[in-house]
Design a protein around this ligand. Structure first.
Ligand code: DQA
Length: 146
């Protein structure tokens, strides 16, 4: 199986960005963790980050026929973007919603997710460890559904 890991705005700053919230791990470290996890799961992984909503939407569209499933940390677009929700609804691919922080334990505006209703599930609150957890969850899902 082929997995796309899509990271949204400000996640390129991980490591220096509010480490008390998001931890000390950089996005590059997380990419390496995911590459190692892919080998142990027997899947391939592509890791992408963009600060631009339209680029994220384009990458979701382009995933059709190329990837079997997607892990999406949409950053703050999670809480604002009906366009991203519509893109996820449109591509007919399983999407796991991911956040480093526990969005439900934070400000009220982070409690709403436009991704959650169109995702197969959500992982949040486990920091960088959520990425390999999401890969395991998606691989398990693909094993039974795809
Ligand atoms: C985040 C949570 C969002 O609320 C926030 O805007 C982010 C990161 C997370 O991974 O915890 O940018 O998606």
């Amino acid at each position: 199986h082929a997995i796309l890991i899509l990271n949204g705005p400000n996640l390129n700053l991980l490591g220096t960005r509010q480490p008390e919230v998001y931890g000390p791990t950089t996005l590059q470290d997380i990419e390496a963790i995911c590459a190692a996890k892919a080998i142990s799961l027997g899947v391939t992984v592509e890791f992408v980050q963009s600060n631009h909503e339209g680029v994220l939407i384009d990458r979701l569209h382009a995933a059709r026929g190329v990837f079997d499933g997607i892990i999406l940390n949409a950053g703050a677009y999670t809480h604002t973007s009906i366009a991203l929700m519509d893109a996820v609804s449109s591509i007919m691919l399983p999407v796991v919603e991911l956040h480093l922080s526990n969005i439900h334990a934070r400000e009220a505006f982070r409690h709403q997710s436009y991704i959650a209703p169109v995702a197969i599930g959500q992982i949040c609150g486990f920091g960088a460890a959520g990425y390999p957890l999401a890969m395991e969850a998606l691989t398990g899902y693909l094993g039974t559904h795809g």
